[in-house]
Design a protein around this ligand. Structure first.
Ligand code: SAH
Length: 343
């Protein structure tokens, strides 16, 4: 049976061309805004029409395999499954400025970053645009039951979004439409390990999302050790792309920097980082590492975090320390899925 979930309004109109046009709009709103999982819920369609649509189509959204809440109830992590049995993590974070959903873009990841749990089992496949949209709509449906909604989206879960570019772009466009969540591009953050040509594609598409670049090291030697992708796209190219993105969009780029005890957290590292970012329209987001069982990295000391933070802010770089969400619930990306795979 053909799945209608993930179709744009023009695609729905074409699919349902035997019906009056306004029906497609009604159905889109039921699917994307009103939580319908089947045609039976669509009470403004006649019974006959619902029965007929039930014969021809399905509305296939991801299904919840697991759910975990943090002790403070601010974070909810979902393991969501798709029709082929693949599963990904999606995280809801309740900030004081609204509800944020962090979505995965791939089933697993093949970027091979040394500190990351998502890449331990390699890449199974890309997610489709409909599947990524499904993660967001799933959480929006979950929130609607308590009169809430998704306010911001961060594309920072498992996977490298910019190696799944076409699907990502299709998803962003549909998410922006008023028959879905009508989300402004400014409320969407994309995090990348630095796929330089794809950053330029994003610039060309004139989609003013917030760009977040995972830097994690202030020189090529260390960065290549931690992130193999650095051999393909070295620091100077990544930084140039970040600068160009900021220049063209007028939007400040965020550089993410995981602090790993004894690896990249000394004053010398902070000095190098301040130097390579000097003059850029950017922020640095410092992230004390979430230790991953399979990885041998330690959290930095409290003192090292504070000193690094202070150094940047007194040397012309605007830095923040990431507020930690979800401690105690397999918080590092990929840990919930890995524990499920390993069982
Ligand atoms: N591939 C994209 C998006 C997924 S990773 C990227 O690299 O940005 C999202 C963020 O989580 C990245 O900044 C990544 O480096 C970070 N991350 C990965 N493992 C982590 C860990 N163990 N502790 C803290 N942050 C981690």
């Amino acid at each position: 049976m053909k799945n209608l979930f993930g179709l744009t309004l023009p695609e729905l109109e074409a699919e349902l061309s035997d019906l009056p046009k306004f029906r497609a709009k009604q159905i889109a709103e039921w699917i994307y805004q009103r939580g319908a999982n089947s045609f039976d819920a669509m009470t403004n369609l006649s019974k006959n029409l619902r029965a007929e649509l039930n014969q021809r189509y399905e509305i296939s959204k991801p299904r919840q395999i697991k759910i975990q809440n943090s002790a403070d109830k601010l974070t909810t992590k979902f393991l969501l499954g798709f029709s082929d049995g693949a599963a990904v993590e999606t995280v809801l974070m309740r900030h004081d400025y609204g509800n944020s959903v962090c979505i995965s873009t791939q089933v697993g990841c093949n970027m091979g970053c040394k500190f990351c749990a998502s890449t331990l089992n390699g890449l199974a496949r890309n997610l489709t645009a409909a599947e990524m949209l499904g993660e967001i709509i799933f959480v929006n449906d979950f929130l609607r039951e308590k009169s809430g909604k998704v306010d911001t989206v961060v594309i920072m879960g498992t996977g490298e979004p910019l190696t799944n570019f076409d699907n990502l772009l299709a998803m962003l466009k549909i998410l922006h439409e008023d028959y879905t969540l009508g989300l402004s591009y400014r409320k969407i953050t994309i995090s990348t390990c630095g796929i330089v040509p794809a950053i330029y594609r994003l610039i060309d598409e004139k989609i003013p999302v917030t760009l977040s670049i995972s830097l994690h090291a202030p020189n090529d030697i260390l960065r290549s050790e931690l992130m193999p992708i650095n051999s393909a796209f070295p620091l100077d190219e990544v930084l140039k792309a970040g600068e160009d993105f900021a220049q063209v969009t007028g939007r400040r780029v965020t550089y993410e920097y995981i602090l790993i005890g004894g690896v990249n957290d000394t004053e010398e590292h902070a000095r190098q980082l301040a130097k390579i970012l000097a003059g850029q329209l950017c922020n640095v987001n410092l992230i004390p590492i979430n230790p991953v069982d399979e990885r041998n990295f330690k959290r930095p000391t409290h003192n090292a975090i504070q000193k690094f933070f202070h150094f940047l802010n007194t040397h012309g770089i605007n830095a923040t320390i990431r507020k930690e969400f979800g401690a105690g619930i397999d918080a590092a990306c990929g840990q919930l899925r890995n524990s499920w795979i390993n069982r």
